[in-house]
Design a binder for this molecule. Structure first.
Ligand code: HPA
Length: 266
């Protein structure tokens, strides 16, 4: 991959952990010390991120001594990217040396015990996007044709995240994430359906990255920010500005959690 070669030349060190920051959740990138920033546009083959609230840059640096790569902005399927493109950054991170990936996203809350602004550790997902980054010939140098997904979200990492949240003074519940294509928010009927099949959260990202990471044997931690209750839960409409605003409101809690967890899994 040309992207790997070009980044190796520019990086101060190999990252042990990669972090993908979702909509409105970019603040953690500012916490890295000795940061080296590379705009996605300068990386060969890297899909540009076009969604509002996504910066589109890679930031390398340290958090409490750990080498970390932060992907600030991601490629979504709803932008017209393929699942392979959505997983491109994850694959580059593994090739650069990252053994683990922390994936964050904005999500709608389906589980009625959640409230707006809650952080939730994803325990499992239901991929309803209709596409898969592993479709097509298998690259045996990356992983097996039929990868296991029975612990796609590492249990030990979830325990670490829960403990660190508790130390910071808040609970980190777990939930199942339903991944949809988007870009429209769901209908209330779709949300009732998703609740029936066991989803607690709904969003438009994450599944391609998690599938690619598991394929390559990376350990995954994923945290959703419940930026809004899902369609039909409250008697109000969902708009993207609200999603971004909630992201801004949880900014300090979210950043504190990532700062505490990332060095422990590096
Ligand atoms: N649905 C899908 N994706 C989302 C939502 C939602 O309600 N909120 C933030 N991302």
């Amino acid at each position: 991959m040309d992207a790997v070669e070009s980044l190796r030349d520019r990086l101060p060190g190999a990252p042990s952990v990669a972090v993908i920051l979702g909509s409105g959740l970019g603040a953690f990138a500012e916490e890295l010390t000795g940061a080296v920033t590379v705009p996605y546009s300068e990386i060969p083959g890297w899909p540009a991120s076009t969604a509002v609230g996504h910066a589109g840059k890679l930031v390398f640096g340290k958090v409490a001594g750990a080498n970390v790569a932060v992907l600030s902005g991601r490629a979504h399927l709803y932008e017209g990217y393929t699942a392979q493109q959505a997983a491109f950054g994850t694959r580059v991170m593994k090739r650069l040396g990252a053994h683990s990936i922390v994936i964050t996203n904005a999500a709608g809350g389906i589980n009625l015990s959640y409230s707006q602004g809650a952080l939730v550790a994803i325990s499992d997902h239901i991929n309803l996007q209709g596409v898969n980054p592993l479709a097509g010939p298998n690259d045996d140098s990356l992983g097996p044709r039929f990868p296991d997904m029975s612990e796609a979200y590492n249990i030990g990492y979830r325990a670490i995240a829960r403990a660190e949240a508790k130390s910071l003074g808040f609970e980190l519940p777990e939930g199942v994430y339903a991944a949809l294509l988007g870009p429209n928010y769901e209908t209330p009927a779709e949300i009732r359906y998703l609740r029936t099949i066991g989803a607690d959260l709904v969003g438009m990202s994450t599944a391609p990255e998690v599938i690619a990471a598991n394929h390559m044997g990376m350990k995954v931690l994923a945290i959703s920010c419940v930026t809004n209750m899902a369609a039909g839960v409250l008697d109000q409409k969902i708009d993207h500005e609200e999603v971004l605003e909630t992201g801004r409101q949880v900014r300090s809690r979210f950043t504190a959690l990532l700062k505490a967890v990332v060095p422990r899994i590096a």
